[in-house]
Ligand binder design. Structure first.
Ligand code: 5AD
Ligand code: FES
Length: 365
């Protein structure tokens, strides 16, 4: 049965939702390996065996949102809040550029005040200028107005990540306070497309109450929306959050189960969406030392080495057991370079590594 579905993939036939679900439900180790291998063939065929680095700058943990799962939610008083100044963000972006990362990602908690919007705009202009327009910039700064998205786009950002978190509206409600609105988030994704970004979205896997059907619908949502990039990762409890406090820390067995679910989701997403960019989320490495390489081996083609100054890292912890908190940017670069070479892939140094899907989408709208 599984073999038949995978054969269908190899013949480039579309899968039905029921077939996607069967793949996500695999538990037998040899079938699991066959799924990962199949997804890897799809990846090799559509996007190549190249891992693109995006240096991630976590520039502030100040957040107006209060998501029940996230370690930097507004109500968590156990975090020391920080905001990098303009110079610091520019410096880290230039570090990424000089270290041959084709792109950087600027991520922070959500803020919509004018001072912040202006500051990001200035940073974008400076980074573009100082890197002679050569560094690609992705933003991951939450829900904003059309005007803000447009200004940041014009200042030089060309990709944007905004996870939908889950496409089940009922589950979305359980994960967020009343004033966090699923429809608004969906509209933001539409605005990002409208304002000309390469758009990325994604979900968390293994959320309490989430079903396999939800995950199938998540993949169908991304397909329907014709998104260019995927960033998704396993949910990992954070002890200082309402959701995390209600769940005892994962046992080794649970870690492996959530990791496997995350990898299966990457594999099936690669099989269904084919030519998009898919990130191997850092959260995979919180569950297993080699988690991110495993992500690449089952279909992901993007990795985000942390380029945040070490002193800030302990304050940007969204989930327990986040890796690389004591390391610095050079250490992460060396470490990930070795790990990727060990799995026989090349690294797309000095390349933007844009989503092939995006190129096709703008050629044939
Ligand atoms: N576990 C895993 N991922 C998380 N995120 C936030 N909190 C957690 C958690 N506890 C993810 C969300 C968000 C991204 C920046 O981090 O999906 O979009
Ligand atoms: Fe940061 Fe290995 S990736 S230390």
């Amino acid at each position: 049965m599984i073999a038949e579905i995978l054969e269908k993939v190899d013949r480039d036939k579309e899968l039905t939702p029921a077939e996607m679900k069967s793949l996500l439900e695999i538990s037998n180790p040899s079938e699991l390996q066959a799924l990962y291998d199949c997804a890897y063939r799809v990846k090799a065929k559509y996007v190549g065996k190249v891992a693109y680095f995006r240096g991630i700058i976590e520039c502030s943990n100040i957040c107006v949102k209060d998501c029940y799962y996230c370690g930097i939610r507004k109500s968590n008083t156990n975090v020391q809040r920080f905001q990098m100044d303009e110079e610091e963000i520019v410096r880290e972006a230039i570090w990424a550029f000089e270290n041959e990362y084709g792109s950087a990602v600027i991520q922070s908690g959500e803020r919509k005040d004018a001072a912040y919007i202006n500051m990001i705009e200035r940073v974008l202009k400076r980074v573009k200028k100082e890197t002679h327009e050569k560094l690609g910039i992705t933003l991951s700064l939450g829900e904003q107005t059309e005007e803000t998205y447009r200004r940041w786009r014009e200042a030089g950002a060309h990709r944007y990540l905004l996870r939908i978190e889950t496409t089940n509206p009922e589950l979305y409600k359980k994960l967020h306070p009343e004033d966090h609105d699923f429809e608004t988030r969906k509209q933001c994704l539409a605005l990002l497309k409208k304002t000309g970004y390469q758009v990325g979205t994604g979900v968390m896997m293994g959320l309490p109450g989430q079903t396999m059907d939800d995950l199938v619908n998540d993949i169908l949502f991304m397909k329907e929306l014709d998104i260019d990039m995927v960033g998704m990762g396993p949910y990992i409890p954070h002890r200082d959050t309402p959701m995390g406090a209600a769940i005892p820390p994962y046992t080794e067995e649970q870690k492996q189960a959530v990791l496997t679910l995350g990898l299966k989701m990457i594999a099936v997403t690669r099989i269904v969406l084919k030519d998009v960019n898919i990130a191997a989320a850092t959260a995979l490495q919180a569950l297993e030392h080699a988690g991110r390489e495993m992500g690449l081996k089952c279909g992901a083609n993007v990795i985000m080495p942390n380029v945040t100054e070490t002193e800030f890292r302990p304050n940007y912890v969204l989930y327990d057991n986040k890796p690389c908190l004591d390391e610095n940017s050079s250490m992460c670069r060396g470490c990930l370079t070795r790990r990727i070479q060990d799995i026989g892939e090349t690294i797309g140094f000095n390349q933007w590594g844009d989503s092939k899907h995006y190129a096709k989408r703008v050629r044939n709208p």
